[in-house]
Design a protein. Structure first.
Length: 354
């Protein structure tokens, strides 16, 4: 069988492990041939390809990024884009397509499936917010990067009696902030699911200093929101427009928080925005294994004729679920998880979820 493959959306550690697993099992067990489409859906729109074979995927397991490169191209925003994607697949005699990406990439895959294209999805989002699967690869690596950064910030914060506000990724879901904040011993964790009261955050930090702890670490997701009572309720966007899927580029909440905390407490406060460093570098062992399992699951799904579906992790098993289910909604931090960690911190959030 001749199979196409692409990686769309933001890069994350583990993408190359998926590509490697698909090609190796496809070649060794099914005698498949592979064509890689470069830069996500742009590769289908502009007919940009590369051959994927055993030599191509040799040595890529520990590499971050993606050898197929990626983009946030949305064919639906281009006149006749979906039809052009289908035409490119036909030109290369592609019998099935594996699309590796998050809800945006997989929403395009669903549209192609509705046009009769045989497509299988692999879940990829560093934010861990894709519905229908327990974990996505890249998330564990990002949390490890953030946790190490928090450990390093602890020492300089303590040396200078500072408050450090660490901004991490998380547009609609606070999984990275929550996991890395807990693992890094943060003193406050602010996530999109729970709008926070700035006065309560400041009061919590003051009380900590009164107890003789003269430094604090605040971890905040980029999509966290001020409580509506404080005139908030929306995330802080950068003045950089939107991508082709309509997402505003977020960032800057740490700087606002740092300024406001220093004003309210009088304590020296610094902001640290980790940004794209969370995406880069070699994947963790967990992510290498998880990404490999997704790749093996995807190629098996192709040969079981399970099209219009996505490989998913549920109860530590790789299963097949409809693409429609995966893209129906974001997987946000649930109330039970929020309540579990509430006891670790002073009360700084509204009780009702966003």
């Amino acid at each position: 069988m001749k199979i196409g493959m692409l990686t769309g959306g933001g890069d994350c550690p583990g993408l190359n492990a998926v590509i490697r697993a698909v090609v190796r099992k496809g070649v060794f067990h099914y005698k498949d041939q592979f064509v890689g489409f470069l830069e996500g859906w742009r590769g289908l729109l502009e007919n940009k390809t590369m051959v994927l074979d055993l030599s191509t995927v040799g040595g890529i397991l520990p590499r971050g990024g993606t050898i197929l490169r990626t983009s946030r191209t949305n064919p639906s925003k281009h006149p006749g884009g979906i039809e052009q994607c289908a035409a490119t697949l036909q030109k290369h005699q592609i019998e099935a397509l594996i699309a590796i990406g998050g809800d945006d990439t997989l929403s395009v895959a669903q549209k192609l499936h509705e046009q009769g294209i045989r497509v299988v999805g692999v879940p990829k989002t560093i934010d861990n917010d894709l519905s229908g699967t327990d974990f996505t690869f890249g998330f564990d690596t990002a949390c490890n990067v953030v946790c190490e950064s928090i450990d390093r910030l602890h020492t300089t914060a303590e040396a200078h009696n500072r408050v450090m506000v660490v901004e991490v990724m998380g547009r609609d879901a606070g999984w990275i902030a929550l996991y890395s904040g807990i693992a890094g011993g943060a003193d406050a964790i602010l996530i999109p699911e729970r709008p926070f009261d700035l006065d309560k955050v400041a009061e919590s930090i003051r009380q900590r200093h009164e107890r003789g702890r003269y430094f604090s670490i605040v971890v905040v997701a980029e999509g966290a929101k001020f409580s509506p009572q404080a005139g908030g309720g929306s995330p802080v966007p950068q003045d950089m427009g939107k991508d082709e899927f309509g997402h505003a580029k977020l960032g800057g909440i740490a700087n606002i928080l740092a300024r406001e905390i220093e004003t309210r407490t009088g304590f020296e406060t610094r902001a640290v925005v980790l940004g794209h460093i969370q995406r880069g570098g070699s994947p963790s062992a967990f992510d290498r294994v998880l990404a490999t399992r997704y790749g093996l699951g995807a190629i098996d799904m192709i040969h079981r004729q399970e099209f219009g579906r996505m490989a998913a992790l549920r109860s530590n098993k790789i299963v097949s679920i409809p693409l429609k289910e995966a893209i129906a909604k974001n997987r946000t931090v649930d109330q039970e998880m929020i309540e579990m960690v509430d006891g670790l911190f002073e009360e700084v959030a509204d009780k009702e979820p966003a």
